[in-house]
Write a protein that binds this ligand. Structure first.
Ligand SMILES: Nc1ncnc2c1ncn2[C@@H]1O[C@H](COP(=O)(O)OP(=O)(O)OP(=O)(O)O)[C@@H](O)[C@H]1O
Length: 282
């Protein structure tokens, strides 16, 4: 599978502070890759370097097989989309007028605007002026602009941080559809549920370093212990493993009709984050 993003030994320092320390990863075409980390871990800095807005202090960053800085060239503009909290929208005109301006920039038909408005659930409100919108609505307009031209590669910096659950689910469905149509997605989040729901692969970033990387399923296998919790009818909870003695005990409980409920002790991505970094993802 074609490599879309290749990062080798990336480093970024701001004055004396090292924001990124020796970060390496690869993203293949068609992946939804999540960069998970707490505030200040280096997520936005990484997106800025990947999109050529910031220059790395060290290492090699290639996007579409070229130096990442090439994304700032006009020729690359139609290949990627980006959502950040810096909306750059024209505030005195409507949502629809903003998107029409961008559709002309990309030589897209006006119908692309209607499609993008529906993607972000803003079609009914398209005539509203941007300076009257809520934070969540602005986030959705910015997302509509990022996906207007159905880019090959989409960068999303905390795409649902200002959204309510209904709009969040609507956006998740839209992003999955876009991905099925061929868009590779790089997203940052500190929302573990978002990562579980959307991402094929995730990297845990902590203090500028990747602490674990893999698919949610692989990480759960790697950091889980395969044990089960058995709740008995008398209210007791017992943890059992995979050994012969455990199986014998389980058989006994079942034979005596003592079992109320059995559940797996699979860790959540949040549990794994705490395990590898020693702290909560807040
Ligand atoms: N322009 C800058 N000048 C100086 N320091 C910076 C600059 N940009 C980022 N930093 C520092 O780099 C570190 C990483 O910041 P970054 O914005 O990448 O974190 P983040 O993971 O995106 O956080 P958040 O979830 O809060 O957006 C922080 O310590 C931050 O203070």
């Amino acid at each position: 599978m074609e490599t879309i993003i290749e990062v080798k030994h990336l480093e970024k320092s701001f004055q004396k502070e090292k924001a990124i320390r020796d970060v390496s990863f690869e993203i293949k075409k068609g992946e939804i890759f999540g960069f998970l980390g707490p505030s200040g871990s280096g997520k936005t800095t990484t997106i800025k370097i990947l999109t050529g807005q910031l220059t790395a202090s060290g290492g090699d960053v290639r996007v579409f097989n070229s130096d990442a800085r090439a994304l700032q060239q006009p020729a690359a503009r139609s290949r990627f989309g980006i959502l950040t909290d810096n909306s750059g929208l024209y505030t005195r005109i409507s949502i629809e007028e903003n998107l029409l301006l961008y559709s002309k920039l990309y030589n897209l038909p006006d119908s692309s605007v209607e499609e993008a408005l529906k993607f972000v659930n803003l079609y009914e409100e398209r005539k509203k002026r941007v300076n009257t919108l809520s934070k969540g609505m602005i986030q959705r307009v910015t997302l509509a602009r990022a996906i207007l031209h159905k880019p090959e590669l989409l960068f999303l910096d905390e795409p649902t941080s200002a959204l309510d659950p209904v709009n969040t689910n609507h956006i998740y469905a839209g992003l999955r559809k876009l991905n099925e149509m061929g868009t590779t997605i790089f997203l940052t989040t500190h929302d573990m549920t978002e990562a579980e729901v959307l991402c094929n692969r995730v990297a845990f970033l902590d203090k500028g370093t990747i602490r674990a990387i893999g698919s949610p399923t692989d990480l759960k296998r790697q950091f889980g212990d395969d044990s089960l919790t058995v709740e008995l009818l008398d209210g007791k909870k017992e943890i059992i493993g995979k050994g012969a003695e455990d199986a014998k005990q389980m058989f006994e409980w079942m034979q005596n009709n003592q079992v109320e409920r059995i559940s797996t002790n699979e860790p959540s991505l949040g549990d794994i984050f705490v395990q590898v970094t020693g702290r909560e993802l807040l």
